[in-house]
Design a protein around this ligand. Structure first.
Ligand SMILES: [Zn+2]
Length: 371
């Protein structure tokens, strides 16, 4: 415990096993990534356990990335370096990187004037977003596009648009653009028919070297609008969109870092180009995200129930623009991950990733949270 944090009610909680693993991974990370700029003393992260959740100090986070305080979003604490600015607020789960919105798994907490962020958010959101080149997807050659709903399942319906039709039209346009860019594309459906969620996941899980992009549109009040992108809630956290308070390790959690990096690339391109309201990159435990063994996102391209947006998302011109955004985001993601050698070491059921962003150089989220 150090620097201004009171001895109580905190308890520094670094289990021996975690410490050994961290040290081992730190050595490996240093050995294989000598060019990475590492915090001068990267092994010295103080981890604070508050009400069963592990946190680190944001001051240490800023130091690790070489960030300095700067002016950012009004009412937010902002730090950054170069063209990167990160903004957040005490007691809130809003988290912005370059003005793109994310929802943290746990609120930032302020104790005695010191801001703390959970180690889960640090390893599963902050670092894969700030350093996507260190994620480890292996080689990606194929995109599985999954236009949601179909057949008797229309999804959201309004006088302005029908979701299943918008999803399919968008998917077919994304396919054409991705194929022109050199990707192989597999569609879970290319016509108006019904598939179960399990069938959609099975298609992705038997397709090698792929990522999975499920395409949907939203429903809500007439005034609700904007784009949101979902990724699987990290292991050990709950999600406001989960039907149950499940926190177990799901198949989709083995791609936590890739999921958030893919979401970032697709979501940010879409918000920037369309100017739509940014509803954020959110966490969920939707069926298609839980059991998938590939990097996966569920993209919501707008609200069929909003008169203006509903008309827009069913227009050929807007669909074409949105399809280009999704294609550009996927290309950005694959560029980021292919531009750097990757190395993977597997041990038993769980995998230990070596040389990825959450190995050693930053505090690892506990794999067995006590809550
Ligand atoms: Zn839907």
């Amino acid at each position: 415990m150090s620097d201004g944090l009171p001895a109580r009610p905190y308890r520094v909680s670094v289990p021996m096993k975690a410490t050994l693993l961290r040290d081992l991974l730190l050595l490996l990370a240093l050995a294989i990534a000598p060019a990475e700029k590492l915090y001068a003393n990267p092994g010295k992260w103080d981890v604070y356990s508050v009400r069963g959740i592990d946190y680190v100090r944001l001051d240490d986070v800023w130091r690790f990335y070489g960030f300095a305080k700067r002016t950012g979003r009004p009412g937010y604490v902002s730090y950054g370096a170069g063209d990167r600015t990160v903004s957040l607020r005490p007691s809130k789960q809003d988290f912005y990187v370059n003005n793109y919105r994310y929802i943290l798994s746990y609120p930032v907490i302020s104790e005695g004037g010191t801001l703390l962020i959970s180690t889960i958010d640090m390893s599963k959101l902050v670092d894969p977003v700030l350093r996507p080149r260190l994620t480890d997807s292996g080689k990606i050659t194929t995109v599985v596009l999954d236009p949601g709903h179909g057949g008797h399942d229309s999804g959201a319906v309004s006088p302005y648009a029908r979701e299943k039709d918008c999803n399919l039209a968008l998917g077919l346009k994304v396919r054409r653009k991705l194929e022109s860019a050199g990707f192989k594309v597999v569609m879970t459906r290319d016509k108006d028919f019904f598939l179960t969620l399990g069938e959609r996941v099975a298609i992705a899980n038997r397709t090698p070297n792929c990522i999975f992009v499920s395409l949907h549109h939203n429903s809500g009040s007439r005034s609700a609008s904007g784009i949101e992108t979902f990724t699987l809630a990290p292991h050990g956290t709950t999600s406001p969109f989960a039907r149950t308070r499940r926190t177990e390790d799901l198949a989709g959690n083995h791609q936590d870092s890739e999921n958030i990096a893919l979401a970032t690339a697709v979501h940010s391109h879409s918000i920037k180009k369309t100017g739509a309201i940014d509803r954020g990159i959110q966490r969920a435990r939707f069926s298609v995200l839980c059991t998938i063994k590939r990097p996966a996102i569920l993209f919501e391209g707008g609200f069929v129930t909003n008169p203006q947006e509903g008309s827009k998302i069913s227009s050929d011109r807007y669909q074409d623009m949105l399809a280009q955004c999704i294609c550009d985001g996927i290309m950005r993601y694959t560029y980021n991950i292919h531009n750097r050698p990757v190395m993977r070491q597997r041990s038993g059921r769980g995998s230990v990733r070596v040389g990825s962003m959450h190995s050693g150089s930053i505090p690892r989220a506990s794999t067995s949270p006590s809550r």
